[in-house]
Design a protein around this ligand. Structure first.
Ligand code: 5GP
Ligand code: ZN
Length: 110
């Protein structure tokens, strides 16, 4: 289910046009608007969950994680490596309250 006025709900479900890096019936992946690395993709569920702490069904969590290496393949970082981050809550600086998996890569990290 989508949440009114949630930007990631709209991006994931095509209500705001964007180029999807990867998509299944359950998840969508698109480029971060403010990339921190040469490749910076966000993988999100098409249904709204506020964060990783929002009692996400295991099947959907699996779908999100299964999408990550597919995003890495689609963006050319599967072989070189990538980092996966899920910021959750205020201390982690989660700014968008629709759960999202950062997939970052394309350069050597610290
Ligand atoms: P957080 O800090 O919540 O883990 O990360 C939110 C991310 O979403 C940030 O990296 C930010 O650049 C990105 N972001 C915020 N608004 C938008 C948007 O409207 N479109 C896209 N593609 N990315 C966004
Ligand atoms: Zn949402």
């Amino acid at each position: 289910m989508q949440k009114e006025d949630c930007i990631f709900c709209k991006l994931a479900n095509g209500e705001i046009p964007t180029t999807l890096v990867y998509e299944t019936d359950k998840v969508a992946a698109f480029n971060d608007a403010n990339p921190k690395m040469p490749i910076h993709v966000l993988v999100v569920p098409k249904d709204h969950y506020a964060s990783l702490s929002d009692d996400i069904p295991a099947e959907l969590l699996g779908a999100l994680m299964k999408a990550v290496p597919e995003v890495a393949k689609a963006t050319g970082i599967y072989e070189s490596g990538y980092r996966v981050v899920i910021n959750t809550g205020d201390d982690a600086n989660q700014t968008v309250k629709h759960v999202h998996v950062h997939v970052i890569g394309g350069a050597q990290m610290q």
